[in-house]
Design a protein around this ligand. Structure first.
Ligand SMILES: *[C@@H]1O[C@H](CO)[C@@H](O)[C@H](O)[C@H]1NC(C)=O
Ligand SMILES: *[C@@H]1O[C@H](CO)[C@@H](O)[C@H](O)[C@H]1NC(C)=O
Ligand SMILES: *[C@@H]1O[C@H](CO)[C@@H](O)[C@H](O)[C@H]1NC(C)=O
Ligand SMILES: *[C@@H]1O[C@H](CO)[C@@H](O)[C@H](O)[C@H]1NC(C)=O
Ligand SMILES: *[C@@H]1O[C@H](CO)[C@@H](O)[C@H](O)[C@H]1NC(C)=O
Ligand SMILES: *[C@@H]1O[C@H](CO)[C@@H](O)[C@H](O)[C@H]1NC(C)=O
Ligand SMILES: *[C@@H]1O[C@H](CO)[C@@H](O)[C@H](O)[C@H]1NC(C)=O
Ligand SMILES: *[C@@H]1O[C@H](CO)[C@@H](O)[C@H](O)[C@H]1NC(C)=O
Length: 909
């Protein structure tokens, strides 16, 4: 401590007198001056990361010679296998880090990742290798590529088991991570013995910048003892001794040699205290021939200091024949280091010749203390956008994705992470455009890090176990076109931005298989460790709910008398007095729940038949039901109120201790969605059948809107909720989301948006105002499905919403393009055109320009009449071409708007 204080004090003094010192003749002050590098020693090693690859995870040790801690590599890499090298193959002079290796038999690229790097800082990175026959394979050679980030650092070529290779770079961090990758090139399994990373001041090695990384080839000093490294060199550069030729002499000193104040290289003392010179010659010549390869550019750093007082020594410095030091002769200063280096590389030579030539005025031969030679790494590949890299690392960390997710996500192209697609942006930087993590076993929430991938167009997270809600931020990704969340356990509302984009067709949003998504009543069930607590809580809850439900049903039964209009005449044949079933009875009528006919919002639907053979559908609220009891009770409530031949009717209900079930009319032909789209439907619906179904469903909705007081908005009109009986009569089902209106004309502000994507009224989700017109919109989509046979959102070159698709085509006057290809009947054009226009009017963006359901019913009846009577007649030559020529579509649209929307007033009846 005292010593450090003293050093600090001296440092202050030094700083105070710095300008004076510089001006003074060297040599006179050297005992006071301190080498700044020496004070850095303790601090410099603070940021060091020394990895001993292959030692036990989480273990570490301090090297007794260096006093530095070596750590295991498990926190820097996911892949690889650890091996111990047979000690017989480890030369005794090699340190402990060579005793183990990590080997990479699996992926073709394996990367170490250093995080928390400060971008713009400089680092020296060193990798060491000793094969040592660790795998007992006696490989005659092992050759693989070592990459720093996205660019080739060095080809590691090991031909002798006991040969150790090490390579070192000086580089500037261009991102906040640094990766070092080993790439299998088909010449043996890559492995590594050790890797270390040492931060250095940014002033060091001025040749290094974001575009130039140096790879060290030589670092030599003129001594003949052992090599010099930490702590003599605060950055643990290794300075190797030199076998001086016999014609050279060596001189050394014990006095300290000062580094320049503006020192850019910080050579260690020990290196500067010894120098060599040719004994009987005026020229010092060093010819260095690095390993053959592509090395044609050299950067050298030459270190000089005069160790003889009052010497007159002067020489010119040549690198491969070119003068360095701006062509000026150098006269090294007594006990002060001078550094000469080339900022621009020496190009086009396979050797590196350093020649020092004595000038005429010199009394002594040239002298040299040490030198470094580097080559530059080729930046053949551009690293991915650094924000994308950060986001991908966060995503990888969040979901603990392994795969080959190492190193740069996009670059080099051959090693792009599995599941990613990238493109170059305008500046040639790779950006991530697609992420496919489907079937990846992901759990937990959707991390908002995805929203940092600013060029993302396609995100597939389908078929995972993702929970939580969809982050809003995904809706703001400017380029996102496809978001596939199919088959997860997501819940909560879909962010309105996403809904809006999905409705206007700019995003294809797939959310099927998330039972709770978009729904409103899925309460997060907190996981408790104690199962008993859950069970008790559930039982209590169910009992309470049942009580409430019974009370509700009683009240509603009484109130039912008020709800009518033409109720009586419209009663379905199954409308018995609502019957109460016990669970045992349900078991009986469903034959022990043996036949599943569907899955509703709140549970499974089973087939059953009553004593009199009446077929029924039993909707059983499962315990794990996600939609929840409220919707169930809500549906029960509505079912007891509404009776119409086009609404699925309630036969009875069950409220046993912990079973809630609704027994409904059975609809043998299933739902319209399956009927329209399933390929199993060998006989596609005829046009007339479609028209009748449309009319039925419209009547059902009309009844909900005006036939019942207070009126109901279904809120989830879609083909899946239109069921068909044996005679293909349509009935609307699934009232779980329906909402009552106290007053016909008021638009209601609803707190939560419910419904199904593709059918959702855009005005409803934007303004959150709910009215019967929201059902009209959804029904318009259903009509378009009937006309086209397509899904509300489908792929036509790109994903598109059915409304836009039909609009586009009808605008060209081409009804033929729009009509379901399976409708091969003739003479549907006129009525189909009319239905399409009813549908388009119903899906008008502004809700008060949409027709009412009553008007829709009337129009559809006209369509049916048109079809059954005169559809064919109107076609002059039975050809749609003639038709499309003869009618101006825009005129038709105008007429249509005039006849329906203008007459729209506050609920006519
Ligand atoms: C290593 O340490 C981390 C953090 O302390 C811990 O999570 C992990 O389980 C440890 N690994 C082993 C193999 O001990
Ligand atoms: C690998 O090293 C051996 C021996 O040094 C040499 O013969 C061989 O050419 C080298 N291979 C490459 C590709 O550099
Ligand atoms: C190393 O050099 C010194 C002189 O600098 C000499 O005395 C000594 O013998 C040399 N040692 C070896 C092993 O060459
Ligand atoms: C240098 O020259 C002197 C005299 O010419 C001679 O004695 C000596 O051996 C030479 N030394 C070397 C190393 O060549
Ligand atoms: C160096 O030269 C100066 C005068 O130029 C002289 O005073 C000094 O003593 C000399 N030093 C040595 C070590 O010869
Ligand atoms: C480097 O020096 C060697 C030996 O002195 C010589 O053969 C070679 O031609 C020189 N190369 C260059 C590029 O000067
Ligand atoms: C990603 O690239 C592959 C290969 O070019 C291509 O087949 C695939 O469709 C792309 N995926 C996306 C989502 O763009
Ligand atoms: C995901 O959920 C399914 C069904 O609950 C389960 O079988 C599977 O093991 C889960 N997968 C993961 C990775 O948790």
């Amino acid at each position: 401590m005292d010593r450090r204080l003293l050093l600090l004090l001296l440092l202050f003094l030094l700083a105070a007198t710095a300008t004076q010192v510089q001006g003074q003749p060297p040599g006179t002050t050297h005992t006071i001056l301190l080498d700044p590098a020496m004070q850095l020693n303790s601090q410099a090693s603070a940021g060091f990361i020394f990895i001993d690859c292959g030692i036990d995870p989480n273990s570490s040790y301090v090297d007794p010679n260096l006093g530095l801690r070596y750590v295991s590599d498990d926190q820097f890499i996911d892949t690889g296998v650890n091996y111990a090298v047979p000690m017989a193959n480890v030369p005794s002079y090699l340190a402990r880090r060579y005793w183990t290796v990590r080997s990479f038999p699996e992926e073709s690229r394996n990367c170490y990742t250093f995080k928390s790097i400060s971008q713009g800082s400089k680092y020296i990175i060193r990798a060491v290798f000793l094969y040592g026959n660790y795998d007992y394979m006696n490989s005659p050679y092992v050759r693989f590529d070592l990459y720093l980030g996205v660019n080739l650092w060095k080809t590691i070529n090991l031909t002798d088991p006991s040969e150790n290779i090490f390579t070192e770079t000086v580089s500037e961090a261009t991102a906040d991570v640094i990766s070092v990758c080993l790439v299998n090139t088909g010449h043996g399994t890559p492995f590594i013995s050790g890797l270390d990373l040492r931060p250095v001041p940014t002033s060091l090695y001025p040749q290094v910048n974001s575009l130039t990384t140096l790879v060290n080839l030589y670092r030599i000093y003129m001594g003949n003892s052992s090599w010099i490294r930490y702590p003599d060199d605060p950055y643990d550069r290794n300075w190797f001794d030199f076998d001086t030729p016999p014609s050279w002499s060596v001189t050394s000193t014990n006095s300290s040699v000062q580094n320049q104040m503006q020192d850019q290289f910080r050579p260690p003392q020990k290196v500067m205290q010894i120098a060599a010179y040719p004994t009987n010659s005026t020229t010092l010549h060093l010819s260095l021939a690095p390993d053959p390869g592509d090395l044609t550019e050299f950067y050298t750093v030459l270190y000089f200091s005069e160790l003889q007082p009052n010497a007159t020594r002067q020489f010119l410095i040549y690198l491969n024949g070119a003068l360095l030091n701006d062509g000026r002769p150098l006269a090294p200063t007594y006990l002060l280091s001078d550094v000469v280096f080339n900022s621009n590389p020496s190009l086009g030579f396979s050797e590196c010749n350093i020649t020092l030539v004595e000038t005429r005025s010199s009394m002594l031969p040239p002298i040299i203390n040490s030198f470094e030679v580097f080559t530059a790494m080729r930046n053949a590949n551009v690293a991915s956008n650094s924000l994308d890299v950060d986001a991908m690392l966060a995503i990888k960390g969040w979901y603990l994705v392994r795969r080959n997710w190492m190193g740069d996500p996009c670059s080099p192209q051959a090693y792009t992470w599995v599941g990613l697609n990238c493109t170059l942006n305008n500046s040639g930087v790779p950006m991530i455009t697609a992420v496919n993590l489907s079937y990846s076993g992901l759990t937990g929430k959707i991390t908002s890090s995805f929203a940092n991938l600013s060029a993302l167009q396609y995100l597939d997270l389908s078929h995972n176990n993702l929970t939580g809600s969809i982050p809003d931020a995904l809706g703001y990704l400017p380029s996102l076109r496809v978001l596939d969340l199919t088959d997860n356990q997501l819940r909560g509302a879909i962010p309105s931005v996403l809904l809006e984009k999905s409705q206007n067709g700019s995003i294809t949003l797939r959310t099927e298989g998330n039972i709770c998504l978009g729904g409103d009543s899925c309460k997060t069930v907190k996981k408790k460790k104690n199962l008993a607590v859950i069970v008790i809580a559930c039982v209590v809850a169910v009992v309470c709910v049942c009580l409430v439900a019974i009370i509700l049903l009683c009240i509603l039964k009484k109130r039912k008398a008020k709800c009518t209009v033409n109720e009586l005449q419209n009663r379905g044949k199954y409308h018995l007095e609502n019957r109460k079933f016990s669970y045992k009875e349900l078991e009986f009528i469903t034959d022990n729940f043996s036949k599943i006919i569907g899955k509703g919002g709140f549970g499974i639907v089973y087939y059953g038949h009553l004593e009199d053979a009446t077929e029924v559908a039993v909707k059983l609220l499962t315990k794990s039901s996600l939609q929840g009891k409220e919707d169930f009770l809500s549906e029960a409530e509505h079912l007891t109120r509404v009776h119409h031949k086009n609404l699925v009717s309630l036969v009875g209900y069950c409220m046993d201790e912990d079973h809630l079930a609704l027994v409904c009319e059975f609809m043998p032909k299933g739902n319209l969605k399956e009927y329209l789209r399933a390929s199993r439907t060998d006989t596609p619906l005829k046009w007339e059948q479609r028209l009748r179904i449309a009319i039925d469903a419209a009547q059902g909705l009309e009844y909900l809107h005006i036939g019942c007081k207070p009126p109901l908005v279904h809120r989830d009109v879609k083909t899946a909720n239109i069921l068909l009986n044996e005679r293909l009569e349509a009935k609307i089902t699934d009232f779980g989301l329906s909402k009552t209106f106290q007053d016909d004309n008021t638009l209601h502000s609803s707190t939560r948006i419910v419904g199904t994507i593709g059918y959702l009224d855009p005005e409803y989700y934007v303004k959150n105002q709910l009215s019967q017109k929201s059902d009209v919109y959804s029904f318009g989509v259903v009509l378009l499905e009937l006309v086209t046979g397509k899904s509300p959102i489908f792929c036509d070159l790109e994903d598109i919403h059915i409304v836009q698709w039909v609009q586009k085509r009808l605008a060209n006057g081409n009804i033929e393009d729009v009509i379901d290809t399976r409708l091969c009947e003739e003479g549907v054009m006129n009525s189909a055109w009319k239905v399409a226009n009813v549908a388009l009017a119903s899906t008008t963006h502004t809700s008060n320009r949409r027709p009412t359901m009553t008007e829709v019913v009337m129009e559809l009846r006209e369509c049916l009449a048109m079809h059954t009577n005169g559809d064919k007649m109107l076609l002059k030559h039975g050809s749609s071409e003639v038709y499309s020529e003869s009618i101006d579509p825009s005129l038709l649209e105008l007429q249509y708007v005039g006849s329906i929307s203008d007459t729209e007033g506050p609920s006519a009846r």
